[in-house]
Ligand binder design. Structure first.
Ligand code: UD1
Ligand code: MG
Length: 457
């Protein structure tokens, strides 16, 4: 049976007070609309349609793998579905979701589709402590069957006492849905075409109308303003943190943990407070992450330690940290940093697009960019690879067991042979042969008994 998935995302989101369309605001690093689409990923749909309106250009540019129907102007949820009618395929089921209700779960969406089975109208409802603003589910006092949805603004004082609200999500028989939305009027408190009016139409036709209750409130909570966005963010983070802890990850404080992407992990991983993980991060067995780290797109192998205040961003290229490596505190790893086992990167050291072999160390105040660094290299404090000539980038190759003293500039392209030593303060512009000592700096001059100038009166 054909399945259409329709996501309504044309509304303005006035209360966000933002130039960004509401559904593009981010929750845990993914747009609200992106969350809804992710929940639908596993559903075998014949059509996935997003209804756009406000900020349509932006929303469409940011969204892949769906088709779009524009709704201009926006005259209500019923009007939105009217626009989508020509794009609906088959006679099966149409699932309608909201672009600003991000945490709907796949299992719930599936349950709606299965209960609809192409012939029943199925509403996702929720019992709310405070149902203000929600459409109320009106049930038959005798058999409990759903009779209608009445919007908050149109509800009588008695109807407003009902705590069962409509979540804004439903599954409907596609053919009947087309017919019903064609018959909607806007004769109501808001002068809008209400999709919710189709419920009474279905009841009048004697079609089965079911209300399925959401298991948890988070699934059906919408985002209307930055306060609600932050509340859903915290709820989502708490859920992720709990899943990780149940899988064995030790979080010092789940309330001070943020994951905006995917975290895969081995056993005995420990994460201290206030760390942010983004993109794809993998942490091997026994990895420990100190407080206040930001870690994005990197693979960290078993036993590595990431000390406090470290910033790692592999971006698209990725980055990797080898087994037993020690990184930080205050280290910065950038795209293409490939660190071997037992590498040490200390405070205020930046590594970009560079490979460091086993046991190499850069412990203080240094820069390694576009470099290949051999095993056991000691790279002194304040030393840098000058990899950029103002137009192009060049590589630096440092052999095994090289000792680079403090405050050196290695002007790329350059290569330093195995076992060579670079004297502190050198600016190296020529190749250094294996085993050589290279010193490139002004010779020291000492003037005996030097008298410093004094201030003139
Ligand atoms: C809607 C429901 C209400 C339900 C509530 C749950 C109707 C008439 N009412 O009310 O019963 O309790 O959601 O949150 O459906 N949209 C469009 N085009 C439009 C209008 C809205 O695409 O012309 C989209 C919005 O972007 C949003 C969704 O539809 O994603 C819901 O619209 P909204 O204005 O928030 O409806 P509510 O008044 O909250
Ligand atoms: Mg709403």
């Amino acid at each position: 049976m054909a399945l259409n998935i329709v996501i309504m995302a044309a509304g303005k989101g006035t209360r966000m007070k933002s130039a960004t369309p509401k559904v593009l605001h981010k929750l845990a690093g993914r747009s609200l609309l992106g969350h809804v689409l992710k929940s639908c990923e596993a559903l075998a749909a014949d059509a996935r349609i997003v209804i756009t309106g406000h900020g349509a250009d932006q929303v469409e540019a940011a969204t892949q793998g769906v088709s779009f129907v524009r709704q201009m102007p926006q005259l209500g949820t019923g009007h939105a579905i009217q626009q989508v009618v020509p794009a609906l395929v088959g006679e099966g089921t149409t699932l309608i979701l909201n672009g600003d209700v991000p945490l709907i779960e796949t299992t719930t969406a599936k349950a709606l589709i299965e209960a609809c089975a192409g012939h029943a109208l199925v509403l996702l409802t929720v019992d709310l402590a405070d149902p203000t603003g929600y459409g109320r589910i009106i049930r038959d006092p005798d058999d409990g069957g759903v009779l209608a949805i009445v919007e908050h603004k149109d509800a009588t004082p008695e109807q407003r006492l009902i705590h069962e609200g409509y979540s804004g999500m439903m599954a409907a028989p596609t053919g009947a849905l087309k017919r019903w939305v064609g018959a909607l009027t806007n004769n109501n408190a808001q002068g809008e075409y209400y999709l919710t009016d189709i419920v009474a139409m279905a009841v009048a036709e004697g079609l089965p109308v079911l209300g399925i209750k959401a298991h948890n409130e988070i699934e059906v909570l919408g985002v209307n303003d930055p306060v609600q966005l932050s509340q859903l963010e915290r709820a989502f983070q708490a859920r992720q943190a709990e899943q990780l802890m149940r899988a064995g990850v030790r979080l010092a404080d789940p309330a001070r943990f943020d994951l905006r992407g995917t975290l895969t992990h081995g056993q005995d991983v420990e994460i201290d407070v206030n760390c942010v993980f983004e993109g794809d991060v993998s942490l091997g067995d026994g990895v420990r992450v100190g407080a206040h780290c930001v870690i994005r797109n990197v693979k960290i192998a078993a036993g590595a330690r990431i000390h406090e205040f470290t910033h790692i961003d592999g971006e698209a290229a990725g980055a990797s940290v080898g087994e037993g490596a020690l990184i930080g505190p205050f280290a910065r790893l950038r795209p293409g940093a490939q660190l071997g086992a037992e590498v040490h990167i200390g405070n205020f050291v930046e590594v970009k697009n560079s490979t460091l072999a086993k046991g190499a160390k850069a412990n203080h105040l240094a820069y390694l960019g576009d470099a290949t660094v051999g095993e056991r290299v000691n790279y002194g404090a304040g030393s840098i690879t000058a990899n950029y000539d103002g137009a192009n980038k060049h590589r630096t190759t440092i052999g095994d067991d090289v000792h680079v003293g403090s405050n050196c500039v290695l002007v790329a392209p350059i290569s330093i042979g195995n076992g060579a030593t670079i004297g502190g303060g050198s600016t190296i512009t020529k190749e250094v042969a294996p085993g050589d000592l290279a010193v490139a700096r002004g010779k020291q001059v000492s003037i005996a008994g030097w008298t410093r100038p004094t201030k003139k009166r």
